[in-house]
Write a protein that binds this ligand. Structure first.
Ligand code: ADP
Ligand code: NA
Length: 335
């Protein structure tokens, strides 16, 4: 198995990013058997497809590396790198541009959503970005690619491109590219704002009290849980009793996700109790689970040399992994 997955290097990471995304990567890395490998990359080349701030882009990349390593991605076991330091991604994208069809890209719903009515005003990169995503995984002969619902169509496109390229330029017994299979993650935790149970916890929320940041210290975490919006009722004894109580459901959901149990199990223990009991227990759990991650994160973030070294080493490994495929693609095309 070779697993390849990318994440945008946005900064200001929070509990939602950890429970909804980063933790799944760590679990995937840890479940791989001997001889299998995961490549995790920061999709910094994607950032230029939309307006972005050059001064903060690399900072976001470094913050993400610090967070991933702090959360358990092991740069010795997995290949952890950023696209921009592995030129083969952009190179292979150009080679695949000869195979990808305009009609295929025109059908991408993300392109349609993001461009809206203003197609003429979009960067070419926004349109061709799914071809870069194809290059991201085909370069490494990925066998499995974890994808959320919104990325399924792009993985289908990568398979179409690989298939057409193999058909047009390779012999049947020596295909250039592996067709990657999607891994649909088990239902991911969706963490809501601490101030509003109907809004997703997000870095874009102007209120810092709405989220637990990966960089929050123990007191800050406890304070935010204490101030979190709730209702006056005691907790129900079963999950069904939370249906009309989004804030309560969110807090219990966070407790369940952090302790690796179900909502019903949490309620077996806390059903009938008020938030005066539940909130301090949740704050303690958060500090226990996130505290060590936070400490590693803060220490790493202030060690620019270590972060640069992790990325440099990851990029060197990625370049080695990608070289044979890129060579084969050039040769197949008569280049
Ligand atoms: P934000 O909403 O803070 O801008 P991003 O859109 O950058 O976060 O998301 C990065 C990753 O974290 C994605 O995989 C996304 O699904 C996950 N994620 C973000 N917010 C949440 C949340 N509140 N609950 C669960 N997962 C989340
Ligand atoms: Na977002």
């Amino acid at each position: 198995m070779r697993v390849v997955s990318g994440i945008q290097p946005t900064g200001n990471l929070h509990l939602g990013n950890y429970l909804g995304a980063i933790r799944n990567w760590v679990a995937m890395q840890d479940s791989l058997e001997e001889g299998s490998e995961a490549l995790f990359f920061l999709a910094d080349l994607h950032a230029i497809s939309q307006p972005h701030d050059p001064a903060t882009l690399y900072r976001g990349t470094l913050e993400m590396v610090a967070a991933l390593v702090a959360c358990g991605i092991d740069p010795d076991r997995s290949v952890l790198f950023n696209q921009a330091q592995v030129p083969q991604h952009a190179e292979l994208q150009w080679l695949l541009n000869g195979t990808a069809r305009m009609g295929w890209l025109n059908r991408m719903t993300q392109w349609k959503d993001k461009a809206g009515k203003n197609r003429e005003g979009q960067s070419v990169a926004l349109f061709t970005y799914p071809v870069l995503q194809a290059a991201d995984v085909l370069l490494y002969q990925a066998t499995h690619v974890p994808v959320g619902e919104d990325q399924k169509q792009h993985l289908e496109l990568a398979r179409d491109i690989a298939q057409k390229f193999n058909n047009d330029f390779a012999s049947e017994d020596a295909p250039v590219f592996t067709l990657p299979e999607p891994i649909i993650p088990a239902e991911a935790a969706r963490i809501m704002s601490l101030r509003d149970g109907s809004a997703k916890m997000s870095k874009s929320d102007p209120s810092d009290m709405s989220r637990i940041n990966l960089s929050d210290d123990a007191d800050t975490m406890a304070q935010k849980i204490k101030k979190a919006k709730t209702d006056p009722e005691p907790l129900p004894s079963e999950a069904a009793g939370l249906a009309e109580r989004p804030e309560a459901r969110n807090l219990v959901g966070i407790f369940a996700a952090l302790s690796g149990t179900s909502v019903d199990t949490v309620l077996t223990q806390y059903g009938g109790q008020g938030f005066g009991v539940f909130k301090p227990a949740l704050a303690d759990l958060l500090v226990t689970k996130l505290g060590p991650i936070r400490d590693r994160f803060v220490a790493l973030q202030s060690d620019r040399e270590a972060l640069d070294a992790i990325l440099a080493r990851g990029a060197a490994k990625a370049r080695l992994r990608g070289a044979p495929t890129l060579d084969a693609a050039y040769t197949a095309l008569g280049l």
